[in-house]
Ligand binder design. Structure first.
Ligand SMILES: NC(=O)c1ccc[n+]([C@@H]2O[C@H](COP(=O)([O-])OP(=O)(O)OC[C@H]3O[C@@H](n4cnc5c(N)ncnc54)[C@H](O)[C@@H]3O)[C@@H](O)[C@H]2O)c1
Length: 328
């Protein structure tokens, strides 16, 4: 009899442990269920809120008095952004690798009168040291940048096996890595003041893969990826975070960047005007959108395409054929 006792004790301990594990599992299941229930209650509220905001949108915030740094202000969308932000009362700081065209943009703004003085800086944004040094100069001469628009980009366009290694590296450096150096330079003061907005140019080529644009698509998909991750880092890092992020995904814009566009329905899918795009970017930034496509309906069309069987999705792409032919 006495020999059985220790065995019984061990058996009891095992039973208790098993019971504890079962209790923990029940508690965890109850916790998941209650959190899911709470999530669905909030979901109804968020949907109602979305619907309400569609009917009565929030007024855009003013950019008057903000210091907006835009890269690539020497041409295209960047030039239009500089003009429109300045016309709304923001102090524009334009950066471009091309000193002459950049100075032309800033001169045009400064000569149009009644606007805050605009500033031009020559900077190759792929050079981290140069970005950090130019940022220091901006802080000393102009002040803390409160809106950063990562706009400058390049788009060599040909089949992957005809891209040189150097070209692939440069695409990634201009379209992606440079954003990190600019964020390194300007996010700290935004965090200190808990005020700021970062806008980054992705593209429809950051949502859909296109031929002749393999490295470009990689860079633009990556922009959306780091913007979403940074958004999470800021949101979870400070429950009171007031720094906003916006990614912009335009279809082809008439700036000359797309050298040989090939569009099946030219009237339905005409190239966008850089001025309209700049206006939509301002609107997205001042109404605190997280990500937009231009035109807006392309977001739903892309989502719809992703839900279809692969072959149907490819058919849809072929139906609305719009891409760029090789520039070689
Ligand atoms: N044009 C389009 O069809 C289109 C479509 C979707 C997205 N985008 C994106 O919009 C942005 C602007 O495009 P865009 O059409 O106005 O281009 P653009 O070629 O008209 O202007 C780009 C500007 O960036 C500058 N730049 C290039 N490399 C630089 C560097 N290393 N350092 C500093 N400045 C540099 C150029 O000098 C130029 O002034 C890009 O990021 C582009 O990828 C353009």
């Amino acid at each position: 009899m006495s020999l059985n006792k220790p065995h019984l004790k061990v058996h009891n301990v095992q039973d208790v442990q098993k019971e504890n594990v079962q209790n923990m599992a029940i508690l965890e299941t109850l916790q998941i269920l209650s959190e899911l229930l709470w999530f669905f209650i909030k979901l109804i509220y968020y949907w109602a809120e979305c619907l309400y905001l569609k009917i009565c949108p929030l007024p855009p915030v003013s950019v008057e008095g903000e210091i907006v740094l835009i890269t690539g202000t020497g041409h295209g969308i960047g030039r239009e952004l500089a003009k429109i932000y300045s016309s709304k009362g923001a102090t524009v700081v334009g950066w471009d690798i091309n000193k002459q065209t950049n100075e032309e943009t800033i001169k045009e703004i400064n000569e149009s009168g009644g606007r805050p003085k605009a500033y031009s800086f020559q900077c190759d944004i792929t050079d981290r040291e140069s970005v950090l040094a130019t940022a220091k100069e901006v802080r000393a001469r102009v002040g803390d940048v409160t809106i950063l628009i990562n706009n400058a980009g390049i788009m060599p366009c040909h089949p992957l096996d005809q891209h040189t290694p150097n070209e692939i590296e440069t695409i990634i450096k201009v379209n992606l890595l440079a954003h990190f150096w600019l964020i390194e330079a300007f996010l700290p003061s935004m965090k200190r003041n808990n005020h700021g907005h970062i806008v980054s140019m992705s593209s429809m080529a950051g949502m859909i893969g296109f031929p002749n644009l393999v490295p470009y698509c990689a860079s633009k998909y990556a922009v959306r990826g780091y913007m979403e991750a940074l958004h999470e880092e800021l949101r979870l890092g400070n429950p009171n975070n007031k720094i906003e992020l916006t990614s912009i995904c335009p279809y082809m814009v008439d700036t000359g960047l797309c050298k040989r566009p090939k569009i099946k329905f030219e009237r339905l899918m005409a190239l966008l005007s850089p001025k309209d795009v700049a206006e939509q970017i301002l609107k997205a930034q001042t109404t605190r959108q997280k990500e937009i496509t231009l035109p807006g309906y392309l977001a739903s069309l892309t989502l719809f395409g992703r839900m279809l069987p692969n072959n149907a999705s490819l058919d849809l792409k072929d139906t609305f054929e719009a891409f760029v032919e090789s520039d070689l």
